[in-house]
Design a protein around this ligand. Sequence first.
Ligand SMILES: Nc1ncnc2c1ncn2[C@@H]1O[C@H](COP(=O)(O)OP(=O)(O)OP(=O)(O)O)[C@@H](O)[C@H]1O
Ligand SMILES: O=c1ccn([C@@H]2O[C@H](COP(=O)(O)O)[C@@H](O)[C@H]2O)c(=O)[nH]1
Ligand SMILES: [Mg+2]
Length: 245
Amino acid sequence: MWRIWRRVGSLSPLFSSPKSSILRQDLIQAPYRLNFLGILSTENGTPATIGFFSKEKTPFIAFVLGGPGSGKGTQCAKIAEAFGFTHLSAGDLLRKEISSNSENGAMILATITEGKIVPSGVTIKLIRREMESIENNKFLIDGFPRSEENRIAFERITGVEPNIVLFFDCPEDEMVKRVLGRKQGRVDDNIDTIKKRLKVFAALNLPVINHYTRRGKVYKINAVGTIDEVFEKVRQVFDDCKMIK
Ligand SMILES: Nc1ncnc2c1ncn2[C@@H]1O[C@H](COP(=O)(O)OP(=O)(O)OP(=O)(O)O)[C@@H](O)[C@H]1O
Ligand SMILES: O=c1ccn([C@@H]2O[C@H](COP(=O)(O)O)[C@@H](O)[C@H]2O)c(=O)[nH]1
Ligand SMILES: [Mg+2]
């Protein structure tokens, strides 16, 4: 399952121009290369094995991004229910690792408390484990990738890009108000950590959103309004998305 060959050429326009093929090539470990059809092959031309989805089982992936408290988790729960997606919150997976006393638990707790970003390998392993164990082909990945480094690692390891990216755009004062009102006992729901998370969001997460905006994949949703009002805007995106089976 882990190293099965798959065609990535049809995923997106990234592969259609020679210039962008070079960019994509940079993400793929030697000795693999993209041929002109966007098919992964080894240097002697035989089909390569990379990524963890077979051609038949390539899932529909929506990355769900936005600042702390912008409403990602709230809206993902509603999308999952209305459109049959599996909701994977990277933050929830990391918090589960802390409570299960895993070998990385202490490091993850310290990182979350500081509002910093857990190393890509750790987070991707957790996401991968969930995606492989769940019989669904539609995933919402909430709160990941957090940085360009996260994004590049995910694309290299899985061999896929998200089909779409939802970006919940919310003013900082509203995000702070929502996080402080959440009262779920999270170690990072305090004003000091929120300030750090907002800085990390602007410095490291916005470049990911900018990247996918250039790739034509971002749906920017104004996150101000009631939960139901925001969901009506989200529903429109999924109703109109012809790629979702
Ligand atoms: N549109 C909204 N209006 C008012 N409150 C909201 C709205 N959406 C979510 N909330 C509330 O704001 C808080 C934060 O929402 P949520 O947990 O969904 O945000 P998040 O983007 O997942 O945050 P984080 O990145 O910190 O996990 C919750 O208490 C939630 O009930
Ligand atoms: O991909 C990720 C996702 C999350 N983190 C860390 O967890 C907290 C909380 O994440 P939420 O999405 O807000 O639940 C975040 O501030 C990071 O410290 C991460 O490192 N990588
Ligand atoms: Mg959340």
